[in-house]
Design a binder for this molecule. Structure first.
Ligand SMILES: Nc1ncnc2c1ncn2[C@@H]1O[C@H](COP(=O)(O)OP(=O)(O)OP(=O)(O)O)[C@@H](O)[C@H]1O
Length: 243
C-alpha cells in the first residue's frame, strides 16, 4: 500500500521504559477507512503504541507516521487531525456536558451551528438530552463515558484512537456505538480500536492485529476469507501457561 493511503505506519519501532521493553520491532500499517482492532494481553504494549502514535511519547528506534506526519515532530498539529479517547478519562467535574462540548468546539475550531448539530446528533444517539445541563460530577460512569466519546468525535477527525469505548455502556448504547463506528469508517475515516473484547473486534472490525511482547504476532483481515481461520482466542492461548 502507498504510504499516502495509510492512516498509520509503524516501522520497526522500539520503546523501552528503563529495563522494560514495551515495544520490540513493531511494524504495522493501517489503511485509511479501516476499523482496526488492536488486541493483545495485559502489558503487550497497546497503550504505549497509542502514546507514540498520538505524540505523547517518542520511539527509541524505528519510525512512526500518522496521516503522513511524524507525530513527535509536530504533536500539536498532528493532534488537530485526531480524535483520542483513552480508556480512563472523565470530563471536568464542575462543568456540564453542554459547556464541555462548547469548550471542545472552540479548541477544535468547530463552527457554532455545526457544533450544535453534532451535539444534537450525539445527544440523540446516546439519549442524554436530560443530562446535557447536569454537572459532570453528578453523572453516572456510563453517562460520563458517553460525554467523552461524543467529545472525541465532535470535530469529525480523519483518525480516531479509542480504548475500550464500550466499557460502562449499557447494551443498547453499545449497539449504537458499534453501528456508529462502522458507519464512520465507511466514510473513509479510520478508527484504531484498542480492546480486549475479541468478540466485538470480530463483529465490527475490518482488520485485527494482535500484539505480543511488543510486536505483532497476528494481522488478519476480517470479513472476506475469515471463515476457515483459527479462532483469535487461540492466538492468546499460545502465550499463557495453564492455571
Ligand atoms: N510509564 C511506564 N514506566 C515503566 N514501564 C511502563 C510504563 N508504561 C508502560 N510500561 C510497561 O510497558 C509494558 C507495556 O505496557 P502498556 O501499557 O503499553 O501495555 P498494554 O498492552 O496497554 O496493557 P493493558 O492491556 O494492561 O492496558 C508493560 O510491561 C508495562 O509495565
Amino acid at each position: 500500500m502507498d504510504e499516502n493511503e495509510s492512516a498509520v505506519v509503524l516501522e520497526r519501532v522500539g520503546k523501552r521504559y528503563g529495563d522494560v521493553v514495551a515495544l520490540d520491532g513493531l511494524s504495522l500499517s493501517v489503511g485509511r477507512g479501516e476499523l482496526f482492532g488492536f488486541l493483545g494481553a495485559n502489558g503487550a504494549g497497546k497503550t504505549t503504541t497509542i502514546k507514540l502514535l498520538t505524540g505523547q511519547r517518542v520511539p527509541d528506534e524505528g519510525s512512526v507516521s500518522v496521516l503522513g506526519r511524524d507525530p513527535s515532530v509536530d504533536p500539536v498539529e498532528t493532534r488537530r487531525h485526531l480524535g483520542i479517547l483513552p480508556e480512563r478519562e472523565d470530563p471536568p467535574s464542575f462543568v456540564t456536558p453542554r459547556e464541555y462540548f462548547g469548550f471542545v468546539g472552540r479548541v477544535r475550531d468547530i463552527d457554532s451551528e455545526m457544533l450544535a448539530a453534532r451535539v444534537d446528533g450525539w445527544t440523540r444517539r446516546f439519549a442524554f438530552r436530560e443530562q446535557l445541563d447536569t454537572l459532570c460530577t453528578d453523572l453516572s460512569r456510563g453517562q460520563r463515558q458517553k460525554v467523552m466519546i461524543a467529545a472525541s468525535f465532535l470535530h469529525e477527525p480523519d483518525l480516531v484512537f479509542i480504548d475500550e469505548p464500550l466499557a460502562n455502556l449499557d447494551p443498547i448504547m453499545q449497539e449504537r456505538l458499534k453501528e456508529f463506528l462502522v458507519a464512520y469508517t465507511r466514510e473513509e475515516n479510520t478508527v484504531f480500536l484498542s480492546t480486549h473484547h475479541i468478540d466485538v473486534a470480530e463483529e465490527i472490525c475490518t482488520r485485527v492485529g494482535v500484539l505480543r511482547d511488543g510486536h505483532l504476532v497476528e494481522d488478519r483481515r476480517l470479513g472476506d476469507s475469515a471463515a476457515g481461520d483459527d479462532a483469535l482466542l487461540d492466538v492468546f492461548l499460545d502465550e499463557v501457561d495453564a492455571p
